[in-house]
Design a protein around this ligand. Structure first.
Ligand code: PLP
Length: 468
């Protein structure tokens, strides 16, 4: 069964479990049958549901404020909203998106320490009062535009731990300067209610959280000492999106729980929140892209390079160059900044798997030579029109993708095991989701007539008014 959850999002509810590989291959086959070659993302909403449930189980004291910047896909936000998650927004547009879903402002933190003035006014107008700051100029802006805001001090945590993306170069007030900044807030008559930090995105050392929580306690106490009603600790993001040999979510959760128990014991009733991004969405999305062009480069024994269209002799040492219809100006954009090309896993469909593999490089579709996704990988010989797929593509992918060279972004498809879906959506809500009433004006690309009917109809039912 297919259901619509608004905003053109159709979810395929699976009656029984299928492996991701099977689902990817089924969708590839369907695309081929329809003569489609567009890249697409396949999103497992059940994966997001299970991540949310795991967070609640492993970090029972920490409210999940999902970092919208990581993946602002409507389906992700809708499911998280319905699960009862809260949100970390970084801009007016993200605030609007979340408010439009009917999330109350009390379930939002505006966690950007350097905000545009008009965005602060927007937050004020919509009563999103919780917001971070890390410098005195910001305090003056808040004083002028939202004097009633509930401010959260963004602390710079220790930066000697391994992370994939260090945020400390840009944000955070050193703990040694906390008193001075808190006094400035006090002199302006502003209300500081808590302390936040971000250990860095993709944190690879669980202990980073323990040390940051300990330091946050000191800043918290400085706030109390100055007379602020400190009641919130925000432990930020940085939780891993997939299991790595270096660190796991469970290990971080254990260390966080211990540190909270030690520095923010339950008895004190301090509200604890976290802002995970990667953790929630990385593993839920698989990118599937099509090979649009190919080049075979043969290195002869004298080291000279030549090009050929076929593999002739076994003594040739060919290197394949494959060009696919997504690249570093698209869904692989974060790979440039994170410098984590090693993480990209490239898979071929089962019917292409052979033991004979060639060294190859993968390129995006634009005319820029920097648009190289990965080099020195080994794949079977593939042809134009074949598919490749990439798991763990849910975070910092679609949100960072540009349309450089006029390249389209991948289409999105969603699925969820029906039993898992039904646990989240009680019978009454399901009836509303499955309702189909009117005939559409046009067929939107990527969906059947029946799906578009459901989309158009349910958009009317589910969309609440957009706050401006
Ligand atoms: N919170 C803030 C303020 C951030 O800047 C970020 C990422 O940049 C996040 C949360 C999410 O971090 P992650 O995806 O590492 O969990």
């Amino acid at each position: 069964m297919k259901i619509c959850i608004g905003n053109n999002c159709v979810v395929d509810l699976l009656p029984f479990e299928k492996t991701r590989k099977t689902l990817v291959e089924e969708k590839m086959a369907l695309h081929e049958k329809k003569g489609k070659e567009e890249a697409f993302m396949l999103g497992d909403l059940g994966d997001i549901i299970s991540k949310y449930k795991r967070w609640v189980k492993k970090l029972p004291r920490v409210e999940l404020f999902y970092a919208v910047k990581c993946n602002d896909d409507h389906a992700v936000l809708k499911v998280l909203t319905d699960l009862g998650a809260s949100f970390d927004c970084a801009s007016k547009s993200e605030l609007r998106k979340i408010l439009k879903l009917g999330v109350p402002p009390s379930r939002i933190i505006y966690a950007n320490p350097c905000k545009q003035t008009s965005f602060i006014r927007y937050a004020a107008k919509h009563h999103v009062s919780l917001m971070t700051f890390d410098n005195e100029f910001e305090l003056h802006k808040v004083k002028k535009n939202y004097p009633g805001a509930k401010l959260v001090f963004r602390m710079l945590p220790p930066r000697n731990f391994k992370v994939e993306c260090d945020l400390g170069t840009k944000f955070g007030c050193e703990p040694s300067k906390a008193r001075q900044l808190l006094e400035a807030a006090q002199n302006l008559g502003l209300d500081v209610v808590g302390v936040s930090f971000h250990v860095g995105s993709g944190c690879l050392e669980a202990r980073a959280f323990a040390v940051a929580i300990q330091q946050a306690r000191q800043v918290f106490d400085t706030g109390l000492d100055l007379g602020f009603n400190m009641n919130l600790l925000d432990i930020g993001g940085g939780f891993p999106g997939f299991v790595s040999p270096l660190v796991s979510f469970d290990e971080i959760a254990e260390i966080v729980n211990e540190a909270l128990e030690l520095h923010f014991p339950l008895l004190e009733s301090v509200r604890i929140i976290g802002e995970p991004g990667r953790y929630v969405v990385t593993s839920a999305f698989t990118l599937v892209a099509n090979i649009i062009a190919k080049r075979v480069v043969v290195n002869d024994h004298c080291g000279e390079k030549g090009e050929t269209a076929t593999l002739s002799s076994s003594s040739d040492e060919p290197t394949m160059m494959y060009y696919i219809n997504d690249g570093v100006y698209g869904s692989f954009n974060s790979r440039i900044n994170d410098r984590d090309h090693d993480h990209i896993e490239v898979l071929v469909p089962r019917d292409q798997e052979t033991s004979l593999k060639y060294e190859c490089s993968l390129w995006g579709p634009t005319c820029d030579s920097q648009d190289c996704i990965k080099e020195k990988i080994h794949l079977p010989e593939l042809n134009i029109g074949d598919w490749l797929y990439f798991p763990f593509m849910g975070s910092y992918t679609t949100v960072l993708a540009s349309s450089f060279n006029g390249m389209p972004r991948p289409i999105h498809y969603y699925y969820c095991l029906a039993d898992v879906w039904h646990e989240v959506y009680p019978k009454e809500q399901r009836k509303k989701q499955a309702c189909i009433k009117q005939i559409p004006q046009h067929i939107k690309s990527g969906h059947t007539l029946q799906e578009v009917t459901a989309i158009n109809d349910l958009e009317n039912l589910l969309t609440t008014s957009i706050p401006h």
